[in-house]
Design a protein around this ligand. Structure first.
Ligand code: TNX
Length: 710
């Protein structure tokens, strides 16, 4: 049941409007059960089903006000999309030049009384014609997307199509409906970024926050500072992946030229997606400091980082450095016409500023007491420069700790609290909380989910996300611009994985942000999702199945992959990919950065004579900053290369086997280690833990097989 009646205060329908429109009267509730859910995501604000149908034939007319080039463009792109996904060709005609019977009409009317906002639209499918109405082109665009979804309940190619008669009146609940794409940790091609923008737009998401710089790569060409991309866009991956077949260092990365960016920005604008570029500072700047070491605080020259986690590098606070960043931002603002520039501000550990005589001298000269306040001063200088160029800054919620420029938008990532506090303090806010909307968390517990953070964020979790906390007063809630989901790509090495993480969870977010709160209906959403996933697949998107249709293979009781083993303490679990082989599938390990140790619970040991364990080693390329003290020390090894210990009844139990790692240590991919043991009766917890010096590499288990006695 997805159709619903919305009270007339959302839309007033009492008037007749426009030359082309029919008279609408105040809506009456539709029959309680509508035979079939309309295949729409996000659910529109108001849907009034009617009993008839409109028959759309191949070659039908699509009439558009061609005086308006934007409207004509929307009509042509709509026609292309229908041809591509349904095989029906529409002939685009200018308004007034073709009969309206049996046609689709796209009409712009700035005074359309029934359409309350620029992003809103009114769509009437009647037996004689389909009439789409909006005040502004972007509303027309969203209406065309709704109509496209109505026409693609499935994606078989046809020559005529019956469209259910319906009246839809729609507008979004929130203004900021977004996704963040991290192109720094792994670079995605310009073609991919465009495909991604296509999918955002088809979900009526209107903001792409583009994370373009970080410790691991600088991805945007800056003409004045060519080394930012000559050096900063490339890194040597950690571990085995860092050396090629000829023993040479691998150069991994990429960047967007200014032409690429202009092209992508134009492409996004035509789909009503605003790109918010992020240049993260003063932390997450190691790639820039690698390119121009004079930007750094402690006088050394780092490499572009091959690691994940929180890095120590900060840019310094000299006038020359601020001028450098302002010059960078001038090129950025020339490329991105949107109203916002994101300046990061997150995870800037202050150790280097504390250790830097020049930063300390600057602080004294300015009379600034501590490093947090210094970050506030630094970002205020940047904000002033951007404001003079007509841009509003956006920053991660750390900016709250150092004095936020009043006009800055606070992006709440460390949970919702920062956003709530900021809204109460009068700042505009975008909710982007971890873990709620962090799509690097796995979406299902299926063992074949690709790498990521194993605390699940399921489709249902995202669907239930509510940006405005209960009880927030209306004047405060007015500061909640909306929300966005984050695609951090440490664990998304391929474009397929980005899509798998994004869809269909962004479908769920789109509905949470567009549809009226009262329209949220999980069961209805899951019904509407089936045709949506079919559409996305037909367009070549590597969409996940939303965890809805997975058939779990029957489990062999003697075999467990790492995802079915229990972590011994579970301090910081990750699902990590092996770094070898260079080509072809790689093993994926569920492991724990602080305590790599696994338990095979209640292993049935009757008739078992030993074990085969598939093990791999991955580089310990994690910067843990001050948390490094939390690493659980490994047991002492007995062999030179270390051992895998198997213990009975938990990790302090009797040793069952001590398996030397010498066979595995020279193999960058997965090695099978075996051991035998004397008979043990009954079921027992088996503990598997690696004993070796230090913590690099991160030895990990892929799979454990208990071996029967012959
Ligand atoms: C924290 S969110 C970060 C990112 C990481 C992310 C991984 C934020 C502002 N900083 O640098 O990619 O965690 O989930």
């Amino acid at each position: 049941m997805t159709t619903m009646w919305r009270p007339a205060r959302i839309f007033a329908f009492a008037a007749c409007f426009g030359a082309l429109a029919s008279c609408a009267t105040a809506p009456t509730p539709p029959p309680a059960i509508h035979a079939q859910a309309l295949p729409l995501i996000p659910e529109p604000a108001l849907v009034e089903p009617k009993p008839g149908i409109f028959r759309l034939r191949d070659g039908a007319a699509l009439i558009v006000d061609s005086q308006n080039a934007e409207a004509a463009g929307i009509a042509h792109r709509f026609a292309d999309l229908i041809a591509e996904t349904r095989g029906i060709h529409l002939d685009v005609h200018p308004l007034g030049s073709h009969a309206e019977r049996d046609a689709i009409i796209f009409s712009l009317d700035a005074r359309a009384a029934n359409v309350p906002s620029g992003e809103g639209y009114d769509l009437a499918v009647d037996p004689q014609r389909i009439l789409l109405f909006a005040r502004e082109p972007r509303g027309l665009f969203y209406g065309s997307v709704t109509l496209w979804q109505l026409l693609t309940a499935d994606t078989t190619k046809v020559s005529r199509l019956d469209v259910p008669q319906v009246h839809i009146a729609d507008q979004p609940r929130f203004a900021w409906r977004g996704a963040m794409l991290d192109s720094a940790r792994h670079f995605q091609s310009p073609a991919f970024v465009k495909r991604f923008i296509d999918q955002l737009a088809l979900l009526k998401l209107n903001t792409l926050h583009w994370h373009l710089t970080d410790d691991q790569g600088w991805r945007i060409e800056i003409k004045r500072y060519p080394k930012l991309t000559e050096i900063g866009a490339w890194r040597r991956p950690a571990g085995a992946a860092g050396t090629d077949a000829n023993g040479q260092p691998v150069r991994y990365g990429g960047f967007y030229t200014q032409d690429d960016i202009r092209d992508i920005v134009r492409y996004a604008a035509a789909r009503y997606v605003t790109i918010v570029p992020e240049i993260d500072m003063p932390g997450h700047m190691q790639a820039a400091i690698a390119a121009y070491p004079e930007l750094g605080s402690i006088g050394d020259a780092p490499v572009v980082s091959p690691d994940w986690g929180v890095h120590a590098y900060l840019v310094n606070t000299d006038d020359e450095t601020i001028a450098f960043l302002e010059n960078v931002l001038d090129e950025v603002t020339d490329l991105f016409p949107g109203p916002y520039v994101h300046v990061g501000g997150d995870e800037a550990l202050k150790d280097q500023w504390k250790a830097s005589p020049r930063v300390q001298a600057r602080m004294r000269a300015l009379g600034i007491e501590n490093e947090n306040a210094m970050q506030g001063w630094f970002l205020a200088a940047i904000e002033k420069h951007l404001a003079a160029r007509g841009k509003r800054v956006v920053g991660w919620d750390e900016i709250l700790e150092s004095g936020v420029p009043p006009n800055a938008i606070v992006m709440s990532w460390r949970g919702a609290k920062g956003g709530i506090d900021a809204a109460h303090a009068g700042h505009d806010v975008v909710m982007a909380p971890d873990p709620d909307l962090y799509l690097d968390h796995l979406q299902s517990d299926a063992p074949d989910e690709p790498p990521g953070r194993p605390t699940l964020r399921t489709l249902a979790d995202i669907y239930a996300f509510e940006p405005v906390p209960p009880g927030m007063p209306a004047d405060v809630a007015a500061h909640m611009l909306g929300a966005q989901a984050e695609l951090w790509t440490e664990h998304m090495r391929t474009e397929e994985r980005v899509e798998h993480a994004a869809f269909p969870r962004l479908d769920a977010l789109a509905e949470a942000l567009w549809s009226p709160k009262a329209a949220r209906d999980w069961t209805g959403f899951t019904q509407r999702l089936a045709p949506e996933i079919e559409r996305q697949r037909a367009m070549g998107v590597h969409v996940a199945d939303g965890g809805m249709s997975r058939a779990h293979a029957p489990q062999d009781p003697l075999t467990r992959t790492s995802s079915a083993l229990k972590p011994c303490s579970g301090k910081l679990r990750l699902r990590l990919e092996d770094d070898a082989p260079a080509e072809g599938p790689r093993a994926v390990f569920d492991t724990d950065l602080f305590d790599p140790c696994w338990i095979f619970e209640q292993a049935p040991l009757d008739g078992i004579a030993g074990v085969a364990v598939d093990v791999g080693q991955i580089p310990y390329n994690f910067q843990l900053a001050h948390d490094v003290t939390g690493i659980v020390p490994r047991p002492a090894p007995t062999s030179a290369d270390g051992d895998l210990l198997v213990r009975l009844d938990g990790c302090s139990g009797t040793p069952l086997a001590t398996i030397p790692l010498d066979k595995a240590v020279t193999n960058p991919a997965v090695t099978t280690l075996t051991a035998s043991w004397p008979p043990v009766a009954g079921a027992h917890d088996l503990c598997f833990v690696f004993a070796y010096r230090g913590h690099d590499p991160l030895w990990s288990i892929d799979k454990v097989r208990l071996l029967r006695a012959h």
